[in-house]
Design a protein around this ligand. Structure first.
Ligand code: PMP
Length: 448
């Protein structure tokens, strides 16, 4: 009997003992192909990248730990320089954390402190989007909109104003173009700022491409440009959360490059050290940094283990691979291949309503009826069934419910390591097809 408080205690977890490239092996010798980068869109380089493992070994042999307020270190400085050298415009400083939740929390806390330092302490309100996820702490759950996870904590969450997501499949009206739809939902930000009082609004927070909660939904062209324009007009800071979609996953280093905008804060985690060590980071605009340095002189947040030299060493090795010759070009090619394979397999599937994503983050949204887009009833627990069926077949994937509004809808996210080959994609898509068909057959025995 386990004494560990597992997050889902009733889930029968296999014991992982070995990783090799695109595969994970459990204690019983069963092999799983990794369709979800370590089970959380983290392991972008697969499970046995020798140069990263060697970098960890070498660094841990030098020293274990010094607090980053006492000493800096060579890996910390080198990683800082790598991440800021090719950052979106204005993001010239980086603050390290241990996770994505901390990276997002850091952006919020720094934004609060920034407005205190520059004498605008009334600016405390935050606007975010429905159908979003920004991490597991109380601040993060307040920003995000994952209803089931928020529910027990609702009364103590901070008050955050939520506007519509940019979710074209369900949000665009028949007589609108994509661009018109994008402008309409971006303009909700302006209405929210005006409603709350522009002098009280501090920040707008959004995932550039959504992660699991809304199933890898990119914004339509023009959406983020309009968002940036509105933020600039009212002096509101733009926080883009790229914990999931950042650092190569979309085929470019930063997802926001493809939207043509630079935020005031940009958060990372999963792709920084590809799971070889836990680490997160928040890129910060120079004006925020300058205001804090010239003001109180100290950022008041922070975490003991942040900037751990071993984690930084792992991240440097990962970042060198991501930035190496041809790597991101290959991600674009593999992403296109993945999209083609998913469209071949599910494009005409009676229970797939939408296939979406960017680069190597794609989602298949499941529906009961393709014409009306009606989702399956939540009581069918369709996504849980897809997950179980996939795992039984040796495929690690992520299937979720609540796609439409937090309560109903199902989708499956496909985010394999960026090193996946065409053959790996064939295996992943083939097993996923079997898992979806088997799950549909369980809930609608005659229809599948
Ligand atoms: N933001 C986004 C967009 C995420 O996808 C996640 C993790 N799924 C987080 C924040 C939180 O990251 P972590 O779990 O590392 O705290």
């Amino acid at each position: 009997m386990s004494s560990v408080f597992h997050r889902i205690p009733n889930r029968n977890l296999p014991i992982a003992v070995k990783g090799d490239g695109m595969y994970i092996f459990d204690k019983d010798g069963k092999q799983y192909i990794d369709g979800y980068a370590g089970g959380a869109c983290v392991s972008c380089l697969g499970h046995s990248q020798e140069s990263v493992i060697e970098a960890v070994r070498e660094q841990i042999g030098k020293f274990a730990f010094f607090h980053s307020a006492m000493f800096t270190s060579e890996p910390l400085e080198e990683l800082g320089s790598i991440l800021t050298t090719d950052a979106p415009e204005g993001l010239s400083r980086v603050f390290f954390t241990n996770s994505g939740s901390e990276a997002v929390e850091t952006a919020i806390m720094m934004a609060l402190q920034y407005f205190v330092e520059i004498g605008q302490p009334k600016r405390k309100k935050v606007i975010a989007r429905r159908n979003s996820y920004h991490g597991g702490g109380l601040t993060n759950l307040s920003l995000g909109y994952q209803i089931a996870r928020r529910a027990p904590f609702e009364e103590v969450l901070q008050s955050v104003f939520h506007i519509s997501p940019c979710y074209e499949y369900r949000g665009r009206l028949n007589d609108e173009t994509s661009e018109q739809y994008g402008l309409r939902v971006a303009n909700e930000l302006e209405q929210a700022i005006l409603g709350l009082g522009p002098e009280t609004v501090m920040a707008f927070v959004a995932e550039t491409v959504t992660g699991t909660t809304n199933g890898t939904t990119p914004a339509v062209p023009g959406y983020f440009k309009r968002v940036r324009e509105i933020c600039d007009k009212y002096g509101v800071l733009l926080v883009l959360d790229e914990v999931f979609c950042g650092l190569g996953r979309t085929g470019t280093l930063h997802a926001c490059e493809q939207d043509g905008v630079a935020p005031d804060f940009l958060t990372f985690a999963k792709g920084i050290a590809a799971g070889y060590q836990p680490i997160g980071a928040t890129l910060v605009n120079q004006k925020v940094y300058d205001a804090i340095v010239a003001g109180s002189g100290t950022y008041k947040g922070g975490y003991t283990y942040a900037g751990h030299a071993t984690a930084c060493a792992a991240a440097i090795a990962v970042q060198k691979i991501l930035r190496g010759p041809g790597f991101l070009d290959q991600v674009k090619v593999t992403g296109k291949l993945m999209s083609d394979r998913l469209n071949d397999r599910f494009g005409q599937h009676p229970h797939v309503g939408d296939i979406r994503g960017r680069g190597m983050m794609m989602t298949v949204e499941l529906v009961e009826d393709r014409d009306t887009k009606a989702p399956f009833a939540a009581s069918n627990t369709l996504s849980a069934r897809v997950f179980q069926n996939a795992r039984a077949r040796g495929l690690i994937t992520h299937a979720l419910s609540g796609t439409v509004d937090g309560y109903i809808g199902d989708h499956v996210v496909v985010c394999p390591p960026l090193i996946a080959t065409g053959e790996n994609l064939d295996t992943i898509v083939g097993l996923l097809g079997e898992a979806i068909d088997a799950a549909v057959l369980e809930v609608r025995p005659k229809a599948a």
